[in-house]
Ligand binder design. Structure first.
Ligand SMILES: Cc1cc2nc3c(=O)[nH]c(=O)nc-3n(C[C@H](O)[C@H](O)[C@H](O)COP(=O)(O)O)c2cc1C
Length: 336
């Protein structure tokens, strides 16, 4: 109830400003006791996935804490894991503002952020400083100015820098806001990427004697045939996990009267069914060999359950947190 009142005020201001303001407030020392009180009411529901032990199945999806500035305070919401990023080798501004738009009537969000972040070194430093003992996933991408043919280099740079500090690494090849990025999901580009990151993982494992699982984050806008191809390659290259899905470019999911935004990826409730369909196809074709992290449109306990029924081993939330607040996460953890 309290959050819905605050939401009314937050929704009066620009979404990106509201985002920064909320995170900064939530991070402030003044409310430390509230955060600590909140986390005590969250039950432990340990679960294993990708060889890691999670405190519960519910994680924060990538994009909310791009630079790892808020790991400790966000962890107090109760998340079983926090995925920071997307981060790129070099810092970059991202697309011009405004770049986040709400569609409250359908609990949707459209964003065209374009990987705004302070770079991998800044993020690594923040992980080093963090006191959070749970699972931290690091979601990595390529810089805007890196040609798509050279993109693999960017992923390898990030893996090398973050390997020792991450619990798992997520390879983002599905954001619609970086030109050509999604091309990495197809054909030779995809195979070469999987081959090279697997090789790098092996080298890092030898160096640190620590196995850090790697998951690939895919788009919801893939056909059934493309999803089957992707599943086969993920199995072939022994990838540790798949995150399904990123935001969609399918604007037919927005009622015409609400659609005055021309570009960006759509998330939230309108994405729910599409991402569930992707998870079901993956589950059938991965034959339990590779776990699925389900994300897209979780806005209720039932929606969270449905992701698990479709085949997800873990789930993540972004838009649901904006629309329903931190207590929503606790409710899911308790009831799932
Ligand atoms: C404002 C915003 C920024 C996002 N940034 C990223 C990002 O940097 N990397 C990424 O992999 N996904 C990003 N996402 C996608 C989310 O991680 C998630 O896959 C998607 O929003 C679907 O989940 P949801 O319906 O619960 O929001 C972003 C989403 C939003 C709304």
């Amino acid at each position: 109830m309290f959050y819905y009142l605050i939401r009314k005020l937050l929704f009066l201001i620009d979404p990106e400003k509201a985002h920064t303001l909320t995170l900064k407030y939530f991070n402030s020392k003044k409310i430390q006791f509230i955060r600590n009180f909140f986390i005590k009411s969250i039950p432990l529901k340990k679960t294993k996935c990708m060889g890691l032990t999670f405190n519960n199945k519910i994680g924060l999806a990538a994009g909310m804490d791009k630079n790892g500035d808020y790991i400790d305070s966000l962890s107090k919401i109760g998340f079983g894991f926090i995925e920071v990023g997307t981060v790129t080798p070099l810092p970059q501004y991202g697309n011009p503002k405004p770049r986040i738009f709400r569609i409250p009537s359908i609990e949707g969000i459209i964003n065209k952020m374009g990987f705004n972040n302070f770079g991998i070194d800044y993020l690594v430093n923040n992980i080093k400083k963090s006191k959070f003992k749970g699972i931290i996933g690091v979601n990595i991408g390529k810089n805007k100015n890196t040609k798509i043919e050279d993109a693999i280099k960017d992923y390898l740079i990030c893996i090398e820098k973050v390997y020792f500090y991450a619990s798992y690494i997520a390879i983002n090849i599905s954001s619609p806001n970086t030109i050509n990025l999604r091309k990495l999901q197809y054909g030779t580009l995809f195979k070469n990427l999987l081959r090279d990151i697997k090789k790098k993982q092996g080298e890092m494992y030898s160096k640190y004697s620590k196995y850090v699982p790697i998951a690939i984050k895919i788009s919801p806008d893939l056909s059934k045939k493309e999803l089957i191809d992707i599943s086969n390659q993920l199995i072939h290259y022994k990838i540790d996990g798949v995150i399904a899905t990123n935001t969609t470019l399918d604007y037919s999911l927005i009622p015409e009267t609400k659609n005055n935004i021309q570009e960006g990826g759509l998330s939230g409730l309108p994405l729910q069914k599409k991402s569930n369909d992707v998870i079901s196809i993956l589950y059938k074709n991965l034959k339990r060999k590779i776990p699925i992290i389900g994300v897209g449109g979780i806005n209720s306990i039932n929606a969270a359950r449905e992701k698990i029924v479709c085949g997800a081993s873990l789930i993540q939330i972004y838009s649901g947190l904006i629309y329903h607040g931190p207590n929503f996460v606790r409710k899911i953890i308790k009831n799932l």
